[in-house]
Each structure stands twice: as structure tokens, then as C-alpha cells.
Design a protein around this ligand. Structure first.
Ligand SMILES: C/C=C/C(=O)SCCNC(=O)CCNC(=O)[C@H](O)C(C)(C)COP(=O)(O)OP(=O)(O)OC[C@H]1O[C@@H](n2cnc3c(N)ncnc32)[C@H](O)[C@@H]1OP(=O)(O)O
Length: 267
């Protein structure tokens, strides 16, 4: 008999969380400040990430924002009040560690960028595996205009995603990149009328596939990024071996040979 898990959901002030058809949907909700990330909101993001990690019902995570912004950055009032170099460094490390937790989610993650994704907002989107944007979305790292630099992973994840030259163009100018240009840069994977709807369609396409295979594929890509090619290929071979030991592999290959859709159980 399938085991059911009762997860105790923490109280959230700045976000809402719901599970729909295997999708764990986080909506960042501080619209009066365009969903700017203050410290409490970052703590809530860490907490909801833990909930998603522990919920076996969730096979894809989606992060989006309420209102006209995805996230307009870290809270500039909070940054302005940082007292000294140590407090500022701690603030960056805190944001980085929350986004590392999002990047390490065992399930595929999608940022549904429904409007402004600036500074820490773009850095949050960069911590997700995939990004989709609504046509009116604007993306950028405008920190240098405030006399600071991106501090929640932007100087590292952006060049890894789009290349050094393109990343430095965005970081040096701080300009707001429209969704269609972001698509051309490889900064987003898809553009649609409605970001959340587009993210759900992408999630539905992902959900047709074997959940263990998805987790192993994410692990292979993630671990390989920091290795030389030969070592990375060894990681791939090991994880391929693991994938071939799953019931999902038996089902997926048998379903192909029997010309029917696979019924994956994630085991
Ligand atoms: C380590 C990470 C560092 C960072 O992330 S640094 C922050 C990087 N982000 C930015 O620099 C973007 C800042 N925001 C803006 O430039 C503008 O906003 C927009 C272009 C996104 C939108 O402009 P418009 O449509 O005119 O709205 P509005 O009146 O500026 O904003 C509505 C309310 O939202 C507050 N707000 C917007 N972004 C932030 C933020 N990042 N931190 C704190 N508050 C923010 C405003 O102040 C204002 O509030 P009120 O209605 O009380 O005047």
C-alpha cells in the first residue's frame, strides 16, 4: 500500500505554497516591494525548499512571484542598513546558501519569471534548473548602479549559463534585458504569454519521464560541471549504471518495446 506523508507546513508571511499535479508551486508574495528579498523572506525560501525536498508528491518545483515582479532584487533598504563589511559578507553568504539549497533540490526546478527578475531575483532564477519568462519580463543584474556587485551567485552562475562576455555585458551595464532577448542569450528557456502557465506546460512535459532518471540526470550535470571531462564521464557512467538498476528502467524499456506509454513509479 502506498505510504502517505503528512508534512507540517510552516507559516509563511511572504510566500504561498501549493502542490498541484506533482508540481510544488512557490509564489513569492511581497508585492508592495516588488517581492524584494529581505532576510525573513530568504529564511522562508529556505524553509519551503526543505518542505519540497521532503514531499514525495512533488516531482517538479516552480518558483514565481505575485504581481508585476518575479523578484526585484534583494531588499535595498536592508542592504543600505548593513553596518560593516562582515555584516554585508554574511548577508551575501546567507543568500548564497539559500540559493544553493534551491539549486540542490532533488527534483527539476523552474523559475516562472512573471515580470522583473533583477539582482537577487535573477540570481534566484539562475539557481533554478530552467527559466521561463512572460513576454513583458525584464531580467538583469543592476547592482553596479547601486555601487555593489551581485552577491547571491550572479557573478558565478550567469557566466556559467551564458558565457563570460555576455554575463559581463549584463553585469557592467546593469541593463534590463527583455524576455525575447533573454531567450536569444540562453538566459531563459522559453517565453510565453503567461509565465506560470508556460512553466506548468514545461513541468507537464518533464513529468512524463521517470522521476529517478530525472534526479540522476540532474545529479550528473551538476557534478560534472566542476570536473574535467574524463572524471565527469566516469560520474555519468556510474549514474547510468544506477539508472539501469531501477524499476523505472524496466518499465520504460518494456513500455517502448510493447509500444505503450510507460507508467513510472519512481523506484
Ligand atoms: C545581493 C543582491 C543584491 C541586489 O539584489 S540589489 C537590488 C537589485 N535590484 C534593483 O536594483 C531593482 C530596484 N527596483 C527598481 O529599479 C524598480 O523598482 C523597478 C524598475 C523594478 C520597478 O520600477 P517601478 O515600476 O517604478 O516601481 P517602484 O515604484 O520603483 O517600486 C515599487 C515599490 O517597490 C519598492 N522596491 C522595488 N525594488 C525594491 C528592492 N529591490 N528593494 C526594496 N524595495 C524595492 C520600491 O521602493 C517601491 O516602494 P514604495 O512604493 O514604498 O516607494
Amino acid at each position: 500500500m502506498a505510504q502517505t506523508f503528512e508534512l507540517e507546513l510552516p507559516e509563511f508571511e511572504y510566500l504561498t505554497y501549493r502542490v498541484e499535479d506533482g508540481m510544488g508551486i512557490v509564489t513569492i508574495s511581497r508585492p508592495q516591494a516588488l517581492n524584494a528579498l529581505n532576510q525573513d523572506l530568504l529564511i522562508e525560501l529556505a524553509s519551503v525548499t526543505e518542505v519540497i525536498t521532503q514531499d514525495p508528491e512533488v516531482k517538479v518545483a516552480i518558483f514565481t512571484g505575485e504581481g508585476k515582479a518575479f523578484v526585484a532584487g534583494a531588499d535595498i533598504a536592508q542592504i543600505a542598513s548593513l553596518q560593516d563589511v562582515f555584516a554585508a559578507r554574511e548577508f551575501a553568504i546567507m543568500g548564497q546558501s539559500v540559493f544553493n539549497e534551491i539549486a540542490a533540490l532533488p527534483v527539476p526546478s523552474i523559475a516562472a519569471i512573471n515580470g522583473y527578475a533583477l539582482g537577487g531575483g535573477l540570481e534566484l532564477a539562475l539557481a533554478c534548473d530552467l527559466r521561463v519568462a512572460s513576454r513583458n519580463a525584464k531580467l538583469g543584474l543592476p547592482e553596479v548602479g547601486l555601487g555593489i556587485i551581485p552577491g547571491f551567485g550572479g557573478t558565478q552562475r550567469l557566466p556559467r549559463l551564458v558565457g563570460r562576455g555576455r554575463a559581463l555585458d549584463l553585469i557592467f551595464t546593469g541593463r534590463h534585458v527583455p524576455a525575447e532577448e533573454a531567450l536569444g542569450l540562453g538566459l531563459v528557456n522559453r517565453v510565453g504569454e503567461d509565465a506560470l502557465q508556460t512553466a506548468k506546460e514545461l513541468a507537464a512535459a518533464i513529468l512524463k519521464n521517470g522521476p529517478v532518471a530525472l534526479a540522476l540526470a540532474k545529479e550528473a550535470v551538476g557534478r560534472g560541471e566542476n570536473l574535467d571531462l574524463q572524471e565527469a564521464l566516469e560520474v555519468e557512467a556510474d549514474l547510468f549504471g544506477l539508472a539501469c538498476a531501477t524499476q523505472d528502467m524496466r518499465e520504460g524499456t518494456r513500455a517502448f518495446l510493447e509500444k505503450r506509454p510507460a507508467q513510472f513509479k519512481g523506484e
